[in-house]
Design a protein around this ligand. Sequence first.
Ligand code: RIB
Length: 298
Amino acid sequence: MSESKITVVGSLNMDLVVVTDQHPEIGETIIGKDFTTTCGGKGANQAVALKQLGNDVTFIGRVGEDLYGTEIVENFKSRGIKLADETPAENVSTGIACVTVGHKDNSIIIVPGANAHVTPEFLDLHKNEVIHSDYVLTQLEIPIETVDYLATICKENNIPLIVNPAPASALTNNILEACTYITPNRIELEQLKEYHRNIMDYQEKIIVTDGKEGCFYHQEDEVVRIPSFKAEVVDTTGAGDSFNGALVSELSRGKSLEESLKFANATGAASITKFGAQSGMPTREEVLKILEEAEYKK
Ligand code: RIB
């Protein structure tokens, strides 16, 4: 068990998942194959990834006043993830995500609900959790003002902050300056370039996930690629989240960036072999096995 304390500040969703062979065109109705509800949200998924990998995880986020909220709180309890505040936000629904799982891919629409109530004031109530963390991880399914405030707290207290800019939106200069790493996928990087003409001034902080190609980062104007691992795709939902959780897990253990990214790629590959964002998150032993087997095949 790692001694490091990781705090995730982010979203809690109930995922309403439709499995289908094809995505409908605009105006078209098609018959899907399956439907299920599972706990999700990029923040929650990243917390679960970290917990599965043996980390001590605290979560700052909010549920609404409904059964989805109750289920999400229970899910965290059963996994041993500490939720800083279980009190539901009044008169709002828990965040939901409509997830369409198609052939080897997915698309998602989220309705933030209580996640929009993770305000700077709410974060301030739980500031101590952040201040006593070794690493902090966040995403953009909560208000950007809150991410900005989180960046300020981390900067003032010298705490490494990893920002997963998903879904992509304009960041603040404070976030860009204060964060240790930003982890967009390729699409999100292009979107960030639209918001910030100068984003590549921060290239040494940017780690780009690139699907089955793995990931890459910049080092003194060189692009360093870390290849991925082969995996049978069942459901790619949450693959980016498992990557982010694993990256922070390894960094918190004092591993180098390159070692951490290799581990994160293996975690992402393992996560897509099972259905559901959270049920696919592998344990440390499972990830190490993938790494060992890859080494053996060399
Ligand atoms: O990254 C996958 C997650 O995105 C899903 O669990 C869904 O809730 C959305 O937040």
